[in-house]
Write a protein that binds this ligand. Structure first.
Ligand SMILES: Nc1nc2c(ncn2[C@@H]2O[C@H](COP(=O)(O)OP(=O)(O)OP(=O)(O)O)[C@@H](O)[C@H]2O)c(=O)[nH]1
Ligand SMILES: [Mg+2]
Length: 452
């Protein structure tokens, strides 16, 4: 049973739950733990992740717009994505040369042909070089793969010096955009292997030096990635046999831990069985969560809607768009006076502002939806005829529109005062903390930073 199935099983208890208490969350977490440990994820990582999921899931205040079930699902999902690498840099689009290195049988030769096909599909002219003079059958293997896929190929079964073969290959394949070099493996990263790689490195001077690891090595991937990085400076990883091994999750999390970017994963024996790796996409696919994408979209929308930066507040133009965000944020975090206090100003806000109800705010939103972007940004433009048009468009009365404008103007005056305050003075008073303010407004800057 693969990682995906097990994680799906763990999330099943979340789907079925009717009440959400500590026990429900504990049960979900237990399932996740079992799935990760059997995928060979390092135990300490699993325990840390469990603690974070429990703490975050049971937080009293839910993010706006999500119910408890959705919240727990999102927390688990975010943690799992971070575990297997989080947001990573993508593989380069137009590399000039790629040298594949790795231990015996990890999948270097197969992957070199897969990568050639991948980049050919993206419009590059690609050539393959067999620099494995160690194993007699290596030449034939890559030659066959190349001819099957009609990829220009160079090899020299008579030459024993791998670096020399690469030099010959570079001459032979002058016209290609990308040269991919397949190297020989060994049982371990010994001196012989690292000397050989260094010699090839000198001749090829590759922009990319990627380590090929089989998913079946699980958490040992960290050791390999670190050792190859130290010895020969690998700058990327390709994990093969993700289709066949239950330990893929362990290999991915180990690479994340080693800060080694996983660019591709091999998902089968055929040349097309190669995927650019993206933690998000990979996880939602193996977990088979149809509703996950929609949920994440929803969470993102809400976050965007309520995102209000202190910069907007203090420096930016004060307009109706910002006003709306302010109101929404205020509703979420409670009285605006809190912010005023943080800014070192005990400022009295207009009473209407403090009494803002959900209904009224929704009404404001409907009205603003009938305004053009231009009008929202320059509310001074709102003359009688525009007000009439907006009232009709939104199904509200002219008085409603005028009330919105009145409140906006009041708020504008307040914020003018806010902005006048010199930041330095505030800092001296100890009353100003950008980050704290930002977090109050629901800004999430520090997500997915466990490993990076
Ligand atoms: N299922 C599956 N098999 C793979 C994948 N990638 C490679 N293999 C298989 O793994 C075995 C080893 O692959 P090679 O490409 O020969 O490995 P190598 O690193 O070049 O091996 P040496 O040159 O002997 O060090 C072969 O049987 C491949 O078909 C993959 O993504 N999925
Ligand atoms: Mg090989």
């Amino acid at each position: 049973m693969g990682l995906g199935e097990k994680l799906r099983g763990a999330m099943e208890s979340l789907r079925k739950a009717t009440a959400f208490d500590k026990n429900t969350v504990k049960e979900v977490v237990k399932g996740i733990q079992r799935a990760l440990i059997s995928a060979d994820v390092e135990v300490s990582l699993v325990l840390d992740l469990s603690k974070r999921i429990e703490a975050e899931s049971l937080k009293e205040k839910l993010p706006k717009g999500l119910n408890r079930r959705e919240h727990v699902l999102k927390v688990c999902y975010d943690e799992l994505v971070a575990l297997i690498g989080g947001k990573q840099i993508e593989a380069p689009e137009k590399p000039k040369s790629i040298l594949l290195v790795g231990l015996y049988g990890m999948g270097k030769t197969t992957s070199s042909a897969k990568l050639a096909k991948h980049y050919i599909k993206r419009g590059l002219k690609v050539g393959l070089v067999c620099a494995d003079s160690y194993r007699p059958a290596a030449f034939e293997q890559l030659q066959q793969l190349s001819s099957k896929a009609k990829i220009p190929f160079y090899g020299n079964p008579k030459e024993k010096n791998a670096a020399k073969i690469v030099a010959e290959g570079l001459k032979e394949l002058k016209k290609v955009d990308l040269v991919i070099v397949d190297s020989a493996g060994r049982d371990a990263l010994n001196k012989e292997l690292s000397d050989e790689i260094k010699a090839i490195d000198k001749v090829l001077n590759p922009t990319e030096k990627w380590l090929v690891i089989g998913a079946d090595v699980g958490q040992l991937a960290k050791k390999q990635a670190t050792a190859f990085h130290k010895a020969v400076g690998v700058n990327g990883v390709l994990i093969t046999r993700m289709d066949g091994s239950a330990k893929g999750g362990g290999a991915l999390s180990a690479c994340a831990l080693a800060k080694a970017p996983v660019y591709f994963i091999g998902v089968g024996e055929k040349l097309d069985d190669l995927e650019a790796f993206d933690a998000d996409r990979y996880l939602s696919r193996i977990m088979g969560y149809g509703d996950l994408a929609a949920l994440l979209e929803k969470a993102k929308e809400i976050q965007g809607e309520e995102e209000l930066s202190p910069e907007d507040l203090l420096k930016g133009e004060f307009n109706l768009e910002i006003f709306y965000k302010q109101l929404a944020a205020t509703r979420k975090m409670g009285p605006m006076t809190k912010v005023a206090e943080m800014l070192g100003m005990k400022m009295q806000l207009p009473k209407e502002m403090l009494d803002m109800t959900d209904e009224k705010l929704d009404g404001f939103k409907v009205i603003m939806d009938s305004m053009t972007v231009e009008e929202k940004r320059n509310p001074d433009k709102l003359n009688k005829s525009r007000i009439l048009r907006i009232a009709r468009g939104s199904g509200k009365s002219e008085a409603d529109v005028r009330e919105l404008i009145k409140q906006f103007k009041q708020m504008g005056k307040v914020f003018k005062k806010f902005r006048k305050i010199d930041e330095k003075t505030l800092q001296k008073k100890g009353g100003f903390d950008m980050n704290k303010l930002a977090s109050m407004f629901g800004r999430k800057k520090k997500m997915k930073k466990h490993f990076r």
